[in-house]
Ligand binder design. Structure first.
Ligand code: 2U9
Length: 355
């Protein structure tokens, strides 16, 4: 009779398809009201000899069923793990999903290219705050109080908070002012970054980017300025014999000052860069005004230097054929996919600026 029970329970154990079913079998056989337990309870009514024999049989049966349950439990656990490993398997050799890769904005790429070129010439990158005070943005740069040049910049002033009038920098020049106030010459820095002017039309956005440069040393002269900018423009536009023209100009912070044109041709509505007789304005520059040096704590009888500035959107549009300035800041992913750069295309002088 116990043999029949054993066969029945063992077949139930082997038929249990999951841990819950197996537990049910265990309760039916070995639980408080289980069938084996029931027989155990009947032992008390037997004679001592019968009780010993029947007790040994029941204990053996109990052990065998418990062992079968444990074995089945291990089988189920192994099968469960195997199923998960099959279902959750990942193929690490598959290529990266292309849609997860973003694009580098043309402004960032252009800044990276310029940094690569100037780094090669020994310039460091300097940064400063977007929110500035009147001294660092205007006064130190030789804009006298009430001078019309201050109006030219269409400054965004912040709501009054305290005695100091704060504003959004109208150029990155305050970065150079801060560098001169904090470091002794020789100085050789570029300052790329955001700038702000209250202006919005086809060719102006209220936020735009500039890169400015500053070199201060004891004998830095106009020849260094010209050589530096000629080398920069030829590298940036990738035209070896690109002609440059320096036209006299005026800025409050430089004297003498010049605007720089590069050679081009506009025949047939197409713009080509090179020695074609036509000219295109590209940047401004000059020798740092002695008043600026003195305002920034530098002895103008001992040191002199040059500075330059250019708009990044403008040269990016030129170099990459982007027709409309305003699209730079519309955050249109289709535009970014078209004009953006792949992240691994990192500009460097050794590997090429941008492929
Ligand atoms: C210090 C001293 C001198 C920076 C310079 C220009 C000429 C210039 C414009 C180009 C187009 C700005 O983006 S734009 O509108 N900039 O023409 N910038 S010299 O001169 C400095 C700067 C800082 C202390």
């Amino acid at each position: 009779m116990l043999d029949a029970l054993k066969d029945e329970l063992l077949s139930q154990v082997n038929a249990a398809g999951d841990l819950a079913a197996l537990e049910e079998v265990r309760v039916t056989a070995l639980g408080k009201k289980g069938r084996i337990t029931g027989f155990m309870k009947e032992l008390g009514g037997l004679s001592p000899d019968e009780r010993r024999e029947r007790g040994q049989q029941l204990n053996a049966l109990k052990d065998e069923i418990a062992a079968a349950i444990d074995g089945r439990k291990a089988d189920l656990a192994r099968a469960h793990l195997e199923a998960r490993l099959q279902a959750e398997r990942i193929d690490v050799t598959l290529p990266v999903r292309p849609e997860t890769e973003g694009r580098i904005h043309p402004i960032s790429q252009t800044i990276d290219e310029m940094v690569a070129i100037f780094a090669e010439m020994g310039f460091s990158v300097a940064e400063g705050p977007d929110v500035e005070d009147d001294f660092h943005n205007f006064t130190a740069l030789n804009f006298p109080p009430g001078h019309p040049a201050r109006d030219m910049h269409d400054t965004f002033y912040l709501p009054d908070a305290g005695e100091k009038k704060m504003l959004l920098r109208t150029h990155t020049s305050p970065v150079q002012v801060r560098t001169m106030l904090n470091k002794k010459p020789p100085i050789r820095i570029i300052a790329p970054g955001r700038t702000y002017r209250s202006d919005y039309d086809m060719t102006h956005t209220p936020m735009f980017h500039q890169i400015e440069g500053l070199v201060i040393d004891e004998a830095t002269h106009m020849g260094h300025l010209k050589g530096c900018l000629i080398e920069f423009c030829r590298a940036f536009f990738d035209v070896d014999d690109l002609p440059l023209r320096f036209r006299p100009s005026f800025f409050p912070f430089t004297e003498p000052s010049a605007e720089v044109d590069i050679g081009c041709s506009r025949k047939g509505g197409e713009l080509k860069l090179g020695n074609y007789g036509d000219w295109l304005e590209i940047l401004g520059c000059g020798m740092v005004h002695p008043n600026v040096l003195e305002a920034c704590g530098i002895d103008s009888t001992r040191y002199q230097g040059f500075a330059f500035g250019m708009g990044i959107e403008r040269v990016a549009m030129l170099k990459y054929g982007i027709p409309d300035l305003r699209t730079f800041f519309e955050a249109d992913l289709r535009w970014l996919k078209h004009y953006g750069f792949v992240p691994l295309d990192v500009p460097s002088m050794a590997q090429g600026l941008t492929r």
